[in-house]
Design a protein around this ligand. Structure first.
Ligand SMILES: *[C@@H]1O[C@H](CO)[C@@H](O)[C@H](O)[C@H]1NC(C)=O
Ligand SMILES: *[C@@H]1O[C@H](CO)[C@@H](O)[C@H](O)[C@H]1NC(C)=O
Ligand SMILES: *[C@@H]1O[C@H](CO)[C@@H](O)[C@H](O)[C@H]1NC(C)=O
Length: 141
């Protein structure tokens, strides 16, 4: 009985809300956030409560910080800093006229992995971010 109950809770939890996608990046690198949904309208991108994209336009504060593709709504954030860590949400009206969101959680860390004498940059930073991601995954097991 208990097992059955907890099983239903798990299912309910999954269907009620899609968990945010987690991303780990090193400082100064960049990231592109992609959208899974289709057939949406009136979309906006937000960082916490701040608007990044409204009516397919990048808001002035983010002009030099992000690239946005109005065709597929992908948002790329450049020159990542610790202060860019947080929740990015894509909010839209879906095909049955309900407001829906897709969320991404980003964690930016100032690390230099594998080689402590040189700060990670470019391709090394990418590798670094990936190993950090794998490290987080393995720490969950
Ligand atoms: C990030 O980039 C800036 C400017 O290019 C540089 O001054 C800084 O040292 C870099 N920081 C890291 C952690 O690589
Ligand atoms: C959206 O378009 C951009 C530019 O063409 C591309 O780089 C990106 O991969 C696309 N995103 C998806 C999810 O296909
Ligand atoms: C980058 O993050 C550091 C530490 O959180 C902060 O002091 C600095 O102001 C940030 N730089 C920018 C350009 O936001």
């Amino acid at each position: 009985m208990f097992l059955l109950l907890s099983f239903t809770w798990i299912i309910a939890g999954i269907t009620a809300e899609i968990p945010p996608a987690m991303h780990y990046r090193v400082k100064n690198s960049s990231i592109c956030l992609h959208i899974k949904s289709s057939g949406y309208q009136k979309e906006e991108w937000l960082f916490e409560k701040e608007l990044i994209v409204l009516s397919k336009n990048i808001t002035p504060m983010y002009k030099d910080k992000v690239y946005y593709n109005p065709e597929n709504s992908s948002l790329c954030i450049t020159k990542l800093n610790e202060t860019d860590s947080g929740t990015y949400s894509f909010s839209f009206i879906n095909s049955v006229l309900k407001r829906q969101t897709e969320t991404h959680k980003l964690i930016v860390e100032d690390i230099s992995c594998s080689d402590n004498t040189k700060p990670a940059s470019g391709g090394a930073a990418k590798l670094c971010a990936e190993s950090l991601f794998l490290y987080f995954q393995s720490s969950l097991v």
